[in-house]
Design a protein around this ligand. Structure first.
Ligand code: SF4
Length: 128
């Protein structure tokens, strides 16, 4: 389970636009949308074409590190934003729903009374 990036920002889309949000972006996607035709040269010199989160969707072409529950928990704490919603994004974050570290992370967030949102492409049924 690759971690692409995390950051504190304002949700700019959808029903929760305007809310403070911690975004956690995971690698991997089950689709290969053309998007706006973003072109990017990967470190392996392969030219990639795809969506605006091409590094996440095609993370296998980059050197992103695996993450785990401990790191994810510390990331949330490090942002020091107790009222922020948590936006799990990708790629397609639900690809990881059977991953033990991902499930532990979700359990931790729920126990912290965090509101958790998934930015999903809608092709994978949640089954926690
Ligand atoms: S991240 Fe979203 S836009 Fe990009 S390939 Fe996956 S589903 Fe398509």
């Amino acid at each position: 389970m690759k971690l692409i990036e995390h950051f504190l920002s304002i949700q700019g889309e959808g029903a929760y636009a305007g809310r403070l949000a911690i975004f956690v972006r995971f690698g991997g996607c089950n689709l290969r949308c053309a998007g706006f035709g973003v072109r990017l040269k990967a470190p392996n010199a392969k030219e990639l074409i795809g969506c605006d989160t091409i590094k996440a969707a095609q993370c296998e072409n980059f050197d992103f590190k695996d993450t785990n529950f401990s790191e994810l928990k510390n990331i949330i704490k490090s942002h020091n934003a107790p009222n922020a919603i948590i936006v799990l994004s990708g790629g397609e974050p639900l690809l990881h729903q059977k991953n033990t570290d991902f499930k532990d992370f979700l359990r931790f967030l729920v126990e912290q009374n965090r509101q958790v949102h998934f930015e999903s492409n809608g092709t994978i049924e949640p089954d926690f």
